[in-house]
Ligand binder design. Structure first.
Ligand SMILES: [Zn+2]
Ligand SMILES: [Zn+2]
Length: 406
């Protein structure tokens, strides 16, 4: 185990440090001395930085430099890859830019910059990582050490259309990106999912207005026209989408879960049956086969059963809808397989299919009940491939530095 790092005033007992650069130490008296300990290479090196420069770029050092006079000589030790720290010091000097970083080095710099709270550099590195994501995913880097907040930031930049093109054979990052994309998708106001306490079908607040509940009497047609409140779904206030997704994770990978949820939230209207359907139901246009000399007849209420099923014929009125339906069709087999799992919540013993009396009496309250989000943390991840030396060193720096108590 490496020694516990810490900071000490010059007047206090000094850490054991390498004796290299002693000559230069004299010339920069008054600066902050940073003893960088590279545990992987088992070497140390001292760096000399102006306090003002450290405080401007590395907010991490604010706490240990608080109350210190600019003329005081301060020593701080930190465990880090020496090459990475060198690059960071040169970046502070203005002699290094992210634009000149190779893709293989971006992640190591990003992790160190994030730890040392170099926010501007973190944002530049995230941008660089996003721009080189295809290349980075193909490199043997251990991306498991990327903190979740950085993966979340990266995921926010990746568009859905880009997501499906990413290849990550060893799943170094892709599942985590999908998990964050799923969380972001479900966090949008219009995508909040509820579960009907009567029929167990999932629905959004918007869908509730025109989608009648199969368990209500009257059986109004489910079209784009709004349905009477008494025939709408009734939200189960105890249902939790986080628990629901957690349950589904037993059967689906993060990419599968994302695409199914994404498809569940896409809505189209069909030219054939006039029904509004979600992406998961693309191949569920019910119809009666044509009799001799007649045309086939669309069935507008599949809850009545009967007939056969074909592909809906969506009305496409925007580029977004066209792109969505193309994406859906590219992944249709996988997305629509076992689609019931995202259309209906499983019937729980404690709930059954009992009608919620309160929901019937005040159905308008449905919209006031917000699903609680407690999605499980993004996926567990482990390095499945040999990590690069540099990345693992940064991991060491990160782990050790986390124990620092300046
Ligand atoms: Zn219902
Ligand atoms: Zn249809």
């Amino acid at each position: 185990m490496p020694e516990r790092p810490g900071s000490q005033r010059a007047s206090e007992k000094k850490l054991e440090t390498p004796q290299e650069d002693d000559a230069s130490r004299e010339s920069i008296k008054g600066d902050t001395v940073i003893h960088v300990i590279d545990d992987i290479r088992q070497i140390r090196k001292d760096f000399y930085c102006k306090q003002s420069q450290l405080l401007e770029h590395m907010k991490y050092f604010e706490a240990c430099l608080a109350g210190v006079s600019p003329d005081d000589e301060v020593e701080i030790s930190v465990h880090c890859d020496i090459k990475v720290f060198e690059w960071l010091v040169e970046y502070m000097d203005g002699s290094r830019q992210v634009s000149s970083l190779e893709a293989k080095d971006v992640v190591a710099i990003l992790i160190s910059a994030d730890f040392l709270q170099m926010q501007a550099l973190v944002e530049q590195c995230l941008e660089a990582m996003y721009n080189s994501l295809t290349e980075i995913l193909a490199l043997p880097l251990d991306l498991g050490c990327l903190p979740e907040r950085l993966v979340a930031s990266l995921a926010s930049q990746v568009k859905v259309a880009e997501l499906e093109k990413l290849q990550d054979d060893h799943d170094r990052l892709l599942s985590r990106l999908y998990a964050h994309k799923l969380l972001a998708l479900l966090s949008l106001e219009q995508n909040v999912l509820f579960c009907c306490s009567r029929c167990q079908r999932l629905f959004t607040a918007d869908e509730c207005l025109y989608q009648h509940c199969a368990e209500t009497t009257g059986m109004e047609l489910s079209t784009t026209k709004s349905v009477p409140a008494l025939l709408q779904h009734s939200a189960d206030a105890t249902w939790d989408v986080g628990e629901f997704l957690h349950h589904l994770r037993e059967r689906h990978s993060w990419p599968q879960l994302f695409w199914k949820t994404w498809a569940r939230l896409q809505r189209f209207q069909c030219n054939l049956c006039q029904m509004t359907f979600c992406g998961l139901e693309l191949n569920r246009c019910h119809f009666h086969p044509p009799l001799v000399g007649q045309e086939s007849v669309a069935i507008q209420d599949p809850n009545h059963g009967g007939g056969e099923m074909r592909q809906h014929e969506p009305k496409l009125s925007s580029i977004e809808e066209e792109v969505a339906i193309e994406t859906l069709r590219r992944h249709q087999d996988e997305i629509c397989k076992d689609c019931e799992s995202l259309l209906f919540a499983p019937v729980l013993n404690s709930k059954g299919l009992q009608v919620d009396a309160k929901g019937e009496e005040e159905p308008e309250r449905v919209l006031e009940i917000r699903a609680r989000y407690c999605c499980e943390p993004p996926p567990e991840h482990s390095a499945t491939a040999a990590p690069s030396t540099q990345a693992s060193q940064v991991q060491t720096m990160h782990d050790n530095a986390n124990q620092c108590s300046f």
